[in-house]
Design a binder for this molecule. Sequence first.
Ligand code: NAP
Length: 324
Amino acid sequence: MERTVVRVHTVGPADVLTLEREETPLPGPGEVQVRQTAIGLNFIDVYFRSGLYPTALPFIPGQESVGVVTAIGDGVALPIGARVASAGVPGAYATARVLPAERVVLVPDAIDDVTAAAIMLKGMTAEYLARRCHRIVQGEVVVVHAAAGGVGQLLCQWARHLGATVIGVVGRPEKAALASASGAHHVVVLSEQKLVDEVKRLTGGRGVDVVYDSVGKDTLAASLDSLKPRGLLVSFGQSSGMPEPLALSSLGGARSLFVTRPSMHAYVHSRAELEESSAALFDVVTRGVVKVSAPTTFALSAVADAHRALEQRKTTGSVVLLPG
Ligand SMILES: NC(=O)c1ccc[n+]([C@@H]2O[C@H](COP(=O)([O-])OP(=O)(O)OC[C@H]3O[C@@H](n4cnc5c(N)ncnc54)[C@H](OP(=O)(O)O)[C@@H]3O)[C@@H](O)[C@H]2O)c1
């Protein structure tokens, strides 16, 4: 079976994403071959494409996909035709691919392929951020940056469900309504307001328990200044660029802050963690506790346009590539 892939031969701007035709590999022992129906776009794909995260060249980008099993290798029990999803396995930008069977999960009937591709990586990220990296408890106040974005919308809803008061942060006023609709009790618009001032006002000067910061360079200092004494900064991304190195001494004294720098790969590492995280995600989505807004879709052949839209902050919610 022939397939179309997107390959990067040299890192750089979105134009380096190159469409190529080639034969689809066959599955080896413990592997499945999947005809893909939907591919999730994630900001990490931009980091690899641009060279911010170094990787061996050439490579097929993409970490998240959904599709139908077309062939299995020795030792695999999944039936041909099973609908499966994966997140965190590189090489997703392809019409068909081979994956380790232990890194895929069955998609429940109630969740369609495009929705599954919109939530697998971002939703399991929201899961571990809200329940395991820090376990949100009733009454906490949390800040969620990029609250109208892919991870942001899911994390705001999950944090609220767990009992937090959620302060969502967006770049521009057009995104504020979406952050509110995603569960943010309060929304801070950075083009018009200062995060630290708004947090002080909303918390009576106390500061928040946790800041979930995925923006990095532009926001990290304000995130730290928004925390209550002994509060936690979760720095889990850098859509605006890598933040300046943090001086340990700046965390100390009366502030006595905690900082963590988590990755989904560390929290959804074992097969048991993948099953537990995806099951928790599918549960909140099928029960309607976490609602998934219709993702923006692009044809796989228009992947460069999709990258530009994400980088230029033009998207809200998730972006899904359709292999066609
Ligand atoms: N550590 C992990 O396990 C993990 C897993 C998944 C994702 N992430 C991180 O989570 C973040 C969100 O990922 P996503 O795929 O859902 O993307 P996204 O949040 O939908 O898109 C990024 C958003 O970041 C905001 N942003 C602020 N400054 C920006 C700038 N200079 N350039 C571009 N965007 C800027 C924009 O929202 P506004 O316009 O509202 O500011 C933009 O829409 C990323 O940082 C990603 O790396 C981390």
